[in-house]
Write a protein that binds this ligand. Structure first.
Ligand code: SF4
Ligand code: SF4
Length: 574
């Protein structure tokens, strides 16, 4: 139901029960905020969204006040703007002045707001800051000196990711954000998903940088520098280079990386197809033996770490197949090295991932064969943007090219790994093809209702019934997971991606603050699937060649040694 309010002297329609901030936003009036997040509980912590409301002596926070019929609001009166300016000045009083050297220079919300409010001098004196930089995690760096206590990281980690790594400690001007017992991040329960990086308005949380190692390798003539690109990257970069958001720029990206100097460029979706062949084999064996079902997906390293920490009893349920990043890494050092007649130790293997947890995954001791890491450096999509800018490639004027053999072809099922539900879909298609020799079509799939947060479906292949569930993001994961694992709704396979929407919304993706862009990226991947000629991983000729020439068959001794892994119980403060 609509109600009428007045904003800056003009009538405006608002929805009954919505906040003033929402009503303003819907009607194209931007009011600044450094703590508000769409769909999460408002806290009014930063107070920057204050507005004047007739009849109220004090300014009110628009994020936490609900509209009322006839309300008269001023959003940019002198009093309001003065209050916002003072609030930002107080934040800056306690904030380092190193914007030129800051990771977030150019896309820091505090910096933008200071410019918007014409703050040109430090009027309030600085308080010295003593908390040190935390570089203990392979995924995330924390710089508490830049924290403005907005609480966004606390809420996203608790309310959306169900991890609760951070909390406010102490009160008043002594307050700060810390992990349990104020331990370093690497000793906390953080799963490295990077969702806090996406919402932090300043440079207080950012991903661990690995770009320097990549540049060193590109300059090292002894090295063969090989790069793999995750399925979601080609739809995540366009807007950063003035192209249409969500546009698939696969070919342009391959050509760009060649200009930068990478010796070989591979498509990780091709490895996703090989991982799918291994998962299909593993699931069918488990089903035959009635063992460790449901099988839990293992392609998201943040989710895997979550299971190792919270649910070690479910470790046997995790698929032992490595993630596509690690499958590709292992094949580069063991198969490609042999084909290209290069010593594995001379190959520097780089991966571009939408995910900060992939940095942690690449460093796991289980991801090393004979002392050689599967993957040597992982850079996020954001770091890739910096690399492209550093090498001065004008992406608007680059002719598309192909990836390199032997990992140049992928199925669209491999590409679907970039979105929530994609792994389950790829697996279903491969199992059906393996058992029937035909492709699974939509009419053979039945949707199952298992609750709001779960997308589930079933199908039959050669008379055998299969049912899969997809958990999109980690909200309420403890309850959802236990319901599924307790057998109340028995399924064969459960896919979990830690980031809502999947890798297109990964913690290493460009910071956009607009959920529409994430949807556009997901849509682009689905459109690729609609028109692609190879829809099933098992039909990818690269998969057939790699098995014929090297791995022999899914689940072979060699495939098990190189493409499967193990997990470990992790003792952390929960
Ligand atoms: S670390 Fe960032 S997101 Fe967390 S409270 Fe500080 S400024 Fe806000
Ligand atoms: S990386 Fe993820 S798990 Fe770790 S603190 Fe940030 S949101 Fe929480």
């Amino acid at each position: 139901m609509n109600i009428e309010i007045e904003v800056n002297g003009k009538p405006l329609q608002a929805h009954k029960g919505e906040t003033i901030l929402n009503a303003l936003k819907r009607n194209g009036i931007r009011v600044p905020t450094l703590c508000n997040m769409t769909d999460l509980t408002p806290t009014g912590a930063c107070r920057l969204c204050v507005v004047e409301v007739d009849g109220n002596e004090n300014l009110v926070t628009s994020c936490s006040h609900v509209v009322e019929e006839g309300m008269r609001i001023k959003t940019h009166s002198s009093r309001v703007v003065r209050a916002r300016k003072t609030l930002v000045e107080l934040l800056l009083a306690n904030h380092p002045d190193d914007c030129l050297y800051c990771e977030r220079n150019g896309y820091c919300e505090l910096q933008n707001l200071a410019a918007e409010l014409h703050i040109r001098e430090r009027r309030v004196l600085k308080k010295s800051f003593t908390q040190k930089l935390d570089i203990s995690s392979p995924s995330i760096v924390r710089d508490p000196a830049k924290c403005i206590l907005c609480g966004r990281c606390i809420r996203i980690c608790d309310e959306v990711q169900s991890v609760s790594t951070f909390e406010f400690v102490k009160r008043g001007c002594n307050m700060y954000v810390a992990t349990a017992m104020s331990r370093d991040l690497n000793f906390s329960n953080c799963i490295g998903c990077g969702q806090c990086v996406l919402v932090c308005p300043t440079g207080a949380i950012y991903e661990r940088q690995n770009i320097a190692e990549v540049i060193d390798s590109l300059n090292n003539t002894e090295h063969l520098t090989v790069i793999q690109i995750a399925p979601s990257i080609s739809v995540s970069l366009a807007s950063e280079f003035g192209l249409k958001p969500g546009k698939n720029i696969n070919g342009i990206l391959f050509a760009t990386l060649r200009k930068i100097g990478f010796d070989y460029i591979f498509d990780s979706a091709s490895a996703a197809d090989i991982a799918t062949a291994e998962m299909a084999h593993e699931l069918m064996i488990r089903k035959e033996n009635g063992n460790s079902l449901p099988m839990l997906s293992s392609c998201c390293p943040a989710w895997v770490k979550f299971v190792e920490q919270w649910y070690p009893e479910y470790i046997p349920a995790l698929s032992t197949v490595k993630s596509p990043q690690q499958v590709m890494g292992s094949l580069i050092k063991n198969y490609f090295a042999h084909e290209a007649r290069v010593e594995p130790s001379k190959i520097f293997s780089v991966s571009v991932m939408p995910c900060t947890a992939k940095k942690f995954e690449a460093q796991r001791e289980e991801m090393t064969t004979r002392g050689i890491s599967d993957v040597d450096a992982v850079i996020s999509t954001r770091e890739l943007v910096k690399l492209i800018q550093l090498y001065g490639v004008d992406m608007q004027n680059v002719e598309p090219q192909h990836a390199d053999q032997p990992f140049n072809i992928r199925s669209s099922a491999g590409k679907l790994f970039g979105i929530s539900g994609g792994t389950a879909e790829a697996l279903a298609r491969s199992i059906y093809f393996k058992l029937t020799g035909k492709e699974l079509i939509q009419s053979q799939v039945t949707e199952i209702k298992l609750g709001q947060r779960i997308h589930a479906f079933s199908f039959k292949a050669a008379g055998k019934p299969f049912s899969f569930a997809v958990i999109n993001g980690m909200q309420n994961i403890h309850q959802v997971l236990q319901e599924l694992m307790n057998g109340k709704n028995a399924v064969d396979y459960i896919e979990v991606m830690a980031c809502l929407g999947g890798c297109v919304n990964g913690g290493g993706q460009p910071v956009v603050n607009d959920s529409k862009i994430v949807k556009l990226k997901a849509k682009a991947i689905m459109e690729i699937d609609e028109v692609d000629g190879i829809k099933c991983s098992a039909k990818n000729p690269v998969v057939q060649t790699v098995y014929n020439n090297f791995l022999l068959e899914p689940g072979s001794e060699k495939a098990t040694k190189l493409l499967h892994t193990r997990y470990q119980k992790r003792d952390v403060l929960l």
